[in-house]
Design a protein around this ligand. Sequence first.
Ligand code: SF4
Length: 369
Amino acid sequence: MTETWSGMRGIAAVPTYVVMQPTTLCNLDCSYCYLPFRSAENRMPVEVAAAVAESVSSFAAAGRFSVVWHGGEPLATGRDHLAALLAPFDPAVEHHVQTNATLIDDAWCEFFVETGMRVSVSVDGPEDHNGDRVDRAGRPAYTRIMHGIESLRRHGLAFSALCVVSRPRPGLAGRLYEYFLDLGCDVLGVNIEEREGVNARANAFDAAAVRGFWSELVAAWRRDPRIHVREIEWTLRYAGAVLDGTADEVLPRRLDPIPTIAADGRVFLLSPELAGFTDARYGDFSSGSVCTEPLADILARAAGVGWIPEFLDGVEGCRRSCPYFGFCGGAHAANRYFEHGRFDVTETDHCRNSKIRLLEGVLDHAGAR
Ligand code: SF4
């Protein structure tokens, strides 16, 4: 009998990308933000970036490798400092930035061209869907977001968009998709709002409403599939693999550790959202610091340290109990912690909204003409 493998086990020693926090500061104060120190300016020293770059060069030698600059608001660190943080990295490394777009101007666009940095903007759809996106004085940020996006378009720069949906329901997805078609992004990611970090808003929604939202998004995309929609394409890839008997090959053999390097050099694995929190049982959730140890060494021993063994127990619980495991792989550590206070649980509202209902919503179209 051929032994089938079913989902990832353990953590890979080599990630496919790292997330870097050049500053904790953000110039906005969105209602659903999870970041605890977004009003404080803690900038990443160049020494931290240099230490990461050294480990990353060996990762990049093995294949394509990306650094994702995430915040705070990464552009709030300033062009000169961001350039100094980029400088130590091997030229083969690809750089991406996730930004609220409000600071993008001609000078930033020139920076993106010079560095080859790929831009993803956070915008939640038409103006009336951006009520959560405000600055510290409570003023809406939409006009400033659009000003930044117009700069990107003027410079002919391709960009992705990330949309947070706070109340998924039928009747919304079609309008959102039309908006992003007009916006001109080439890739769209859709995140149902999550209860994590300092965002304590409930994220339990009616199952039929969430499924209807995803199903409607698929219908809109099928009518005009000009944009790559991350969630839909991943789900279709999985569904196709189930049909041709290769579903066991879809997920990687081991979990990607997705190291997040905080501004002070501490390393947070699997879930950037854990950075900045402490817990009597789990300490500060960090797995080490690149200021005292190479990132590669931290990753090599990660599976046995801190809260991670408890999370891996939770993943095994998912493997035993959940029919969606081959698609989901156990979802994210931070959602378990912030919803249940521990890591060895299985279902969360996040996985119901963004894994289970997503797959159901896509499968609503199976057999549709
Ligand atoms: S859908 Fe939820 S319960 Fe199922 S594998 Fe994913 S995280 Fe685990």
